[in-house]
Design a binder for this molecule. Structure first.
Ligand SMILES: *[C@@H]1O[C@H](CO)[C@@H](O)[C@H](O)[C@H]1NC(C)=O
Ligand SMILES: *[C@@H]1O[C@H](CO)[C@@H](O)[C@H](O)[C@H]1NC(C)=O
Ligand SMILES: *[C@@H]1O[C@H](CO)[C@@H](O)[C@H](O)[C@H]1NC(C)=O
Ligand SMILES: *[C@@H]1O[C@H](CO)[C@@H](O)[C@H](O)[C@H]1NC(C)=O
Length: 365
């Protein structure tokens, strides 16, 4: 009996180690700009196919100049009495598709050198899909992005996927991926005033800051770029393996100015764009004709009136970027500190000394 129990314990410990092992896959964590040299180091030159959720779509994007295929993954029959554990490519509210995720991955990796972005709306679909990835790993030699919305974003209509479970489940099968971890958002008329807040940024960092060295890309909705871009350049400053993916719904009225600012101040090699052709063309044209870049980003950062001062608790996390530091409290507190390079502590240092104005933002809005 005792031996049996010990054996069970050993097995339980071994199984995750065994399933995590992968021999064959390559390039899955590549920066897409390196993987597709024809992009000339500019995310605007990466061509995306969005919602590749049928055999017809797949055939189309395997034949045209698409570089990255984005697809939505659900379980066949999800939410119905006939729910299965078979991953298929479909966007909710659809519950079925003629395209099995197995066939999508198999065909894309066997017949093309294109990359894949797998977008999950349900936690239940992650395990069965990652099993397929593991089974086919020896033929996966392209960028592989695993995407879900894990934190509430501007005007969020619904709850995000459970962040820890999503990341842990995906990574327990195969962690040599780019994790694309975003915010649930919604847009409607009169919602232009919304934006990404520091609270949202710190919320997502709680889950992603320790994913080192696994690359993380943060999808952000272009419509709020004009008001939030400086937060994203800060995020890019935290770590080389962080990137931004700008996306938009086709009906969003986007201010190109915000995209210009992000581009102006952020590292172009780590900003990707998943935009409809028309908007991408407008953007390219704006770059060509040189829309004047807006003023110093500080103007949008240091409005003292918009910050509420509260005292910092003992268990704050400090995130250091190249130009500033952020503090995130245990539950209700977050803050942002502008510091200069010399205030960065040496590795292992226990205290951070910051001089100048320190402001804390109350997370309860
Ligand atoms: C796949 O697409 C190509 C090019 O668009 C087309 O010629 C071909 O007929 C399609 N095949 C199928 C099976 O749809
Ligand atoms: C579930 O499957 C049964 C048997 O095939 C079928 O009669 C029924 O309509 C299905 N239900 C749904 C919601 O698709
Ligand atoms: C992948 O596709 C090839 C060619 O169609 C096929 O022979 C093979 O069985 C498929 N692999 C899987 C796991 O379905
Ligand atoms: C994947 O997990 C292994 C084992 O935990 C770890 O050593 C490795 O650094 C991880 N790889 C990435 C890219 O995070």
């Amino acid at each position: 009996m005792r031996v049996l129990r010990q054996l069970t314990v050993i097995l339980v410990l071994l199984v995750p180690l065994l399933i995590q092992k992968s021999e064959g896959a390559s390039h899955t964590m590549d920066n897409v700009l390196d993987f597709f040299p024809e992009s000339e180091g500019d995310g605007l030159n990466i061509i995306w196919a969005h919602g590749v959720n049928s055999h017809e779509d797949l055939n189309q994007s395997l034949h045209d100049d698409t570089m990255m295929l984005e697809t939505d993954i659900i379980l066949r029959g999800i939410g119905t009495e006939n729910q299965t554990d078979i991953p298929v490519n479909a966007h909710p509210p659809d519950t079925d598709s003629d395209l099995l995720t197995l066939d999508f991955i198999n065909k894309t990796t066997l017949t093309s050198g294109k990359g894949m972005k797998l977008d999950f709306k349900y936690l239940e679909a992650v395990g069965p899909t990652m099993e397929i990835v593991l089974d086919l790993d020896s033929q996966i030699n392209c960028p592989l992005w695993i995407n879900a919305d894990i934190v509430k974003g501007p005007n969020s209509p619904k709850d995000p996927i459970s962040p820890v479970e999503f990341i842990d489940t995906a990574n327990s099968y195969f962690n040599e991926t780019v994790l694309s971890l975003g915010f649930t958002t919604d847009w409607g008329v009169l919602k232009e005033e919304d934006m990404y807040t520091w609270t949202m940024i710190f919320d997502i960092l709680q889950y992603t800051y320790n994913l080192d060295p696994q690359p993380v890309t943060y999808p952000i909705r272009a419509i709020w770029c004009v008001r939030s871009w400086s937060k994203f350049t800060w995020l890019l400053g935290l770590r080389e393996s962080f990137s931004i993916t700008v996306w938009t719904a086709s009906t969003d009225p986007v201010d190109i100015q915000g995209l210009m600012s992000l581009r102006e101040h952020g590292d172009i090699k780590r900003i990707f764009y998943d935009l409809p052709t028309r908007m991408r063309d407008n953007f390219l044209q704006a770059i060509e004709t040189g829309v004047p870049a807006p003023d110093e980003k500080q103007t949008s950062l240091w409005n003292r009136e918009s910050w509420t001062s509260v005292s910092a608790g003992g268990k704050n996390l400090v995130f250091l970027s190249t130009e500033s530091a952020g503090i995130s409290g245990p539950s209700f507190r977050a803050g942002y500190i502008q510091s200069i390079e010399q205030h960065k502590p040496k590795r292992g240092a226990l205290t951070v000394t910051v001089q100048g104005i320190v402001q804390f933002v109350d997370r309860v809005r």
